[in-house]
Design a protein around this ligand. Structure first.
Ligand SMILES: NC(=O)c1ccc[n+]([C@@H]2O[C@H](COP(=O)([O-])OP(=O)(O)OC[C@H]3O[C@@H](n4cnc5c(N)ncnc54)[C@H](O)[C@@H]3O)[C@@H](O)[C@H]2O)c1
Length: 474
């Protein structure tokens, strides 16, 4: 028997009742009418890539939402054009454009939502979507701050929703291999980890001159719970282009610098390798600021690298600048270094295998196979980590059907976001502090709870905590 999406929705929306749909019920659900309906909220550069991928999955894209008219119309056209060319997958003309995401979430026929707005909107839209009975693919870092991460982790459970964080390195074989080698003790006991990415967020600066607003952008809704700042076409770039928007990422009010942007990937892989997916560090030690750091007002006088996160077992994770490898594990018997398309393993004084760029001898696959064959043998390969099939978006769609947890579920994405924010907070506050990863609070009288929340509160009640009426305790 195939379950129609209408029946699926009816059962899935009983949010207070635990809901597990056996995967065999979905097995025959390949008819177009039975496929889940999907919406996209936030249609920037990342959403375009995700859309191209999700259109290939067993979903029908029926709603495209952006506060920018040009991007919204372009999104709808992309969907229509795809279904014109692939009538077996969907019907052109069925996808509607929206400026206000609340109208999308109010649609009862929508099952899946992809959130690819700037980070300051992630938590609110994700929790609102889950409360409305939708499963959510939300981009990384999962949230803008730590209490928001706690809220998303709790909301996914409260509403029995499937959540996938867009930290797609979890679906790449080089990262899986690195984490499995570490977790199976192939380089001995881990003593330290390096995570290599750019610097922290920066103070907000308004443009020196007024920039005229082009029509078709709801900038108030773009700013959301953040302060309504002066319009800035670098902060919220208009139009459909390949300009990578770094300004909001680096801005204290909207992002968390590279700590959130790349930290969400490389710190996440460190957590995976260390087996810390349900925990986190207990101590954060600040980086010493150089005279050059102090003199740089644009960067807020902040140090740019060197924060150390220490785990309860004594493992120290250091944030260093961008480098060839994103995450490097140091063990008593060797090292494992990994990045996208790059892998290296040493054991004792031996180089086991290496591949980091075109032109190197061999291939990435060869380097991974050599390390796996030598070290993940029948007797050592005890810990097998979650291996996705068909990639990160496909894992989300499969999990929404099977009701199994996704490979980068709310706890994994939430905990990774917490690491990003601990790291960024240490730079912004120029502070060292102790941390309680069970309660997600400062420990031993250190830190300041005011650092955890949005300074000045949220504007216009765009506060995820108001949404959930504080049914959790921090
Ligand atoms: N997984 C990855 O490797 C990866 C790569 C790039 C970006 N990202 C993440 O994807 C997200 C989007 O990044 P981007 O580079 O595409 O940014 P972007 O600025 O290009 O796109 C964001 C879009 O969201 C829209 N938006 C803002 N507020 C909105 C609202 N209230 N409702 C609807 N739309 C709204 C903006 O108008 C814009 O079109 C970020 O969280 C980023 O960290 C992830």
């Amino acid at each position: 028997m195939a379950t129609s999406r209408r029946n699926f929705l009816k059962s899935a929306s009983c949010a207070s009742v635990p809901f597990i749909l056996p995967s065999h019920i979905w097995a025959g659900a390949t008819k177009q009418s039975d496929l889940p309906n999907m919406a996209f909220i936030g249609l920037g550069i990342q959403a375009r890539g995700l859309l191209a991928n999700f259109l290939q999955q067993d979903v029908k894209v029926v709603a495209m939402c952006d506060v920018d008219k040009t991007r919204r119309e372009d999104g709808v056209k992309r969907v229509d054009d795809f279904y014109k060319d692939h009538p077996d997958k969907g019907t052109p003309g069925n996808c509607k454009g929206y400026s206000d995401f609340r109208e999308v979430l109010a649609r009862k026929d929508i099952d899946l939502v992809c959130v690819a707005t700037p980070d300051h909107w992630h938590a609110y839209i994700t929790v609102a979507a889950m409360r409305a009975g939708k499963d959510v693919y939300c981009e990384k870092p999962l949230t803008y701050n730590i209490p928001e991460a706690v809220a998303v982790m709790k909301a996914a459970k409260r509403y029995n929703r499937i959540l996938q964080t867009g930290a797609m390195q979890r679906s790449s074989f080089e990262f899986l291999t690195a984490a499995e080698l570490v977790r199976n003790g192939c380089i001995g006991k881990i003593t330290r980890v390096d995570c290599n990415f750019g610097g922290p967020s920066r103070p907000h600066f308004d443009p020196p001159k007024d920039i005229p607003m082009e029509p078709g952008l709801d900038f108030d809704m773009w700013c959301g719970g953040a302060p309504l700042v002066k319009y800035n076409d670098q902060l919220a770039p208009r139009g459909v282009h390949n300009f990578y928007p770094m300004v909001w990422r680096m801005d204290d009010l909207f992002g968390s610098g590279y700590c959130g942007d790349w930290g969400a990937h490389h710190l996440d892989i460190a957590q995976w390798g260390l087996g810390m997916d349900n925990s986190g560090p207990v101590k954060v030690t600040k980086a010493e600021r150089t005279e050059k750091d102090k003199a740089n007002a644009q960067l807020g006088g902040r140090a740019q690298s060197g924060v150390v996160l220490e785990f309860a077992d004594g493992v120290k994770l250091t944030h260093n600048p961008f480098s060839t490898f994103g995450t490097v594990f140091y063990g008593t018997d060797g090292t494992i270094s990994v990045n996208r398309g790059k892998f290296e393993m040493t054991h004792g004084k031996e180089l086991v295998s290496t591949y980091s760029k075109k032109g190197d001898a061999g291939s990435l696959e060869g380097a991974l196979a050599k390390a796996r064959k030598a070290f993940l043998t029948d007797s050592t390969y005890k810990t097998k980590l979650y291996k996705t099939k068909g990639g990160h978006p496909a894992d989300f769609v499969a999990c929404a059907k099977s009701r199994q947890r996704a490979c980068s579920n709310e706890d994994i994405g939430g905990r990774a976001a917490i690491l990003c924010h601990l790291c960024n907070m240490s730079y912004v506050r120029d502070a060292s502090f102790d941390w309680n990863p069970s309660r997600n609070t400062f420990a031993n009288g250190t830190g300041n709870p005011a650092w955890l929340v949005r300074e000045g509160g949220y504007r216009d009640n765009w506060d995820v905590h108001a949404l959930t009426k504080r049914w959790w305790t921090l």
